[in-house]
Design a binder for this molecule. Structure first.
Ligand SMILES: C=CC1=C(C)c2cc3[nH]c(cc4nc(cc5[nH]c(cc1n2)c(C)c5CCC(=O)O)C(CCC(=O)O)=C4C)c(C)c3C=C
Ligand SMILES: [Fe+2]
Length: 381
């Protein structure tokens, strides 16, 4: 049996290896971004705090198994009583762990009056402001809880979310969920930078797992931040950003490159030769995306971006319903996502081609230490 003790994450050479579930931090954050996503937001439907805690314990046990390539429950798809519903749905039988990670987050609405958690709401989990131009769809936004499932195989990611939803029957209901194919970020220097649906390399100047000092400073929450139960955790912002791809596809290459401030093929910054050459902001247009988002304009604020391309078919008008499911982890969205997005929302010429249609904000607690621990113990315990 493989050890469940957390080792430093490394970029995996094979697609079948499991990532450790137990550790100081949750997996699925600095873990080298896998290629597939199923992200789900739940509303809690039980009013009982005890039932919610039971569910978090059951979910944790299932997640520890699923991420190691096992079935969700100990009987499995066919090992229990034929008179009972199986404790695994079966569609991942025979598939390896496929690098599955499951990462939980708690939304601001969980800290309302229902569960007695109002006083424990972290200051950094402050509601996001309205941003100019956004068109958020309420039913596709928010949520009391979220789970991000990432894997190399979409069947494995979907299987995990489906089984967590099955286990949660009667206590939670799915509010919205999103499939993503194709990562749009690297979270390790060992990974090749992927491309987003606009055809550009995305994730070049991302925070990476090798940046230990930066991660301590900008990713992981600490007790003095105002919520001791969040020490070792982090805050997640999701934005579903639809692209008007057909309009983009009729835009000249020069304009496309000026909008981002990088070259399309190599990803090199304006005026430079290679992808990882340092950016010369002064050489870019004042409103280039990279220039507007750069840490130097926001008190050295970084994000750990971990988004995915999505295509939800087409929209009935002949247009692809496609874009970027943006995911960013950070120590404090008030100092990181919010000022960066405010600058982008105000002046980024990319706005002609994109629309933010969904938003999520979640506090992701620290990692589960061992089999006696569970997701959110510090909050409820
Ligand atoms: C609020 C944060 C950001 C949103 C929303 C966002 C949307 C968005 N970005 C791209 C494509 C690229 N972004 C790139 C860089 C980049 N973007 C952000 C932040 C947001 N982007 C940051 C902080 C950075 C890094 C800036 C820097 O320090 O250089 C790039 C360049 C390559 C890279 O470094 O990743 C691309 C390409 C799209 C298509 C998009 C919305 C659909
Ligand atoms: Fe960006």
């Amino acid at each position: 049996a493989r050890s469940l003790v957390q080792e430093p994450p490394v970029a995996h050479a094979t697609t079948s290896d499991p990532f450790p579930f137990y550790g100081e931090h949750q997996a699925g954050i600095v873990t080298p971004a896998q290629d597939r996503l199923h992200f789900v937001a739940f509303d809690v439907t039980t009013g009982s705090r005890a039932e919610l805690v039971d569910l978090l314990q059951e979910w944790t046990a299932a997640a520890a198994r699923l991420t190691q390539g096992k079935e969700a429950g100990s009987f499995g798809a066919a090992g229990g009583s034929p008179e009972a519903a199986p404790d695994d749905t079966g569609e991942a039988l025979g598939l390896p762990a496929s690098g599955l990670t499951l990462t939980i987050g708690f939304g601001p609405s969980l800290f309302d009056r229902r569960f007695g958690l109002a006083a424990r709401r972290p200051p950094a989990l402050a509601d996001l402001p309205k941003f100019p131009g956004e068109r958020l769809i309420p039913e596709l936004s928010g949520g009391d809880l979220c789970v991000q499932a990432c894997a190399h195989d979409p069947q494995v990611a979907v299987h995990a979310i489906r089984n967590l939803a099955r286990i949660g029957f009667g206590k939670v209901s799915v509010r919205w969920s999103q499939l993503g194919f194709g990562r749009t970020s690297s979270t390790s220097r060992a990974q090749v930078t992927p491309r987003n649906l606009m055809g550009f390399k995305d994730g070049t100047n991302n925070m990476k797992l090798e940046d230990a000092a930066l991660l301590r400073d900008q990713l992981w929450a600490a007790a003095p931040d105002g919520a001791d139960w969040m020490a070792g955790g982090t805050y997640l912002v999701t934005r579903k950003i639809r692209m008007t791809i057909e309009t983009w596809d009729r835009t000249s290459l020069r304009e496309q490159e000026e909008i981002f401030g990088r070259d399309k093929v190599k990803g090199a910054p304006v005026g430079k030769q290679n992808e990882f050459d340092p950016v010369d902001l002064a050489a870019m247009k004042p409103d280039a995306h990279v220039r507007l988002a750069h840490p130097s304009g926001h008190g050295n604020a970084h994000l750990l971006r971990r988004g995915y391309n999505y295509v939800d078919g087409s929209d009935g008008l002949g247009r692809l319903d496609a874009g970027l499911f943006f995911i960013a982890y950070q120590r404090d969205p008030r100092k990181q996502f919010v000022p960066i997005q405010m600058a982008l929302a105000r002046t980024d010429p990319l706005n002609e081609y994109i629309k933010h249609i969904s938003s999520g904000l979640f506090a992701c607690p620290p990692g589960v230490r061992d089999a006696g621990d569970y997701w959110g113990r510090g909050l409820f315990g």
